[in-house]
Write a protein that binds this ligand. Sequence first.
Ligand code: GLU
Length: 375
Amino acid sequence: MSQTPAISSFRRIVVKVGSSLLVDQTAGGLKREWLEGLAEDIADLHKDGRDVLVVSSGAIALGRAVLGLPRGPLKLEEAQGAAAVGQIALARAWSEVLGARFMTAGQVLVTLQDTEERRRYLNARSTIDKLIEWRAVPVVNENDTVATSEIRYGDNDRLAARVATMMSADLLVLLSDIDGLYDKPPAPGNDARLVPVVSRITAEIEAMAGISASELSRGGMLTKIEAGKIATTAGTHMVIASGRVDHPLKRIAEGAPCTWFLTPANPVTARKKWIAGSLEPRGAIHIDAGAVRALRGGASLLPAGVTKIEGAFGRGDAVVVRGPDGAEIGRGLVAYDADDAEKIRGRSSADVLSILGFTGRTEMIHRDDLALANE
Ligand code: GLU
């Protein structure tokens, strides 16, 4: 396939911004003007009703500049401390540049477990969902101050891919200091050529990535290819483009050189397939006829429609949903553990707080977490 999609055709876009774009290595500060331009591009996409999420690197690099730390590798606690200083400045900058264009920024700091453990994943996703519902722009980074080497992403390419798939985004844009994937690592004088479209990540594509990490950003082309695998498997398209230009998103729309990683899937279907096919159900939820109709009409499962709970499942586990005659209606990830689900079954969502003593999710199973049989 040689046709590349238009950015404007996507409905939910995650934009990952690399450290080297945001932080001036020599002057040591934030590249404010560049960021203003990017914020304008984001505003253009956002005002047309698209959801935009930012995954911004730069905490460590900025903290390093603010603290005047010397060049060279940082020890873990130094990187964590630098991130603590830099993240404040970074969040403030995003809040200001988005705010100036009538968008509200919401800072979301996540750790590896927040995206990899299903229970915590549902939690992180609901928070980000709420921000999106409010039309805010989530600005995500790894929580580098507490992430230690064994339990961290370390690079925001893969983090951004996980955020994109977690939020069922249909496009991930990786803005970096390179304009895409070359058929061999580009070097002065060699004839490396940009690959405009990757329709499948093969061993040959991986070999092209080689190894090239700049000092500021952790992710080289290899982590971008890893990100591409995560994204495209889950139905999210990805594009790698240069952020070393003003208005980088507009430039992609205008046809600037870049590499598209295409996926035949769509994020919602890919996720539902995963729920329907690859998870071992831990229990069952029986529902009444009204709820069956509501689910088939595209609604979420509310506690009110639940008649019986079976099994000892935990929050975030997969369960089978059964209709009044016991037939399987579908499978989903449940937002309550079995004990709490038992307490609130048949009750209205408004009663959940008084029954459980905490405000849980409105839905027993959110419709995005529900794969109906024969769908
Ligand atoms: N989370 C790191 C930071 O904000 C960046 C990791 C990366 O460069 O990909 O400094």
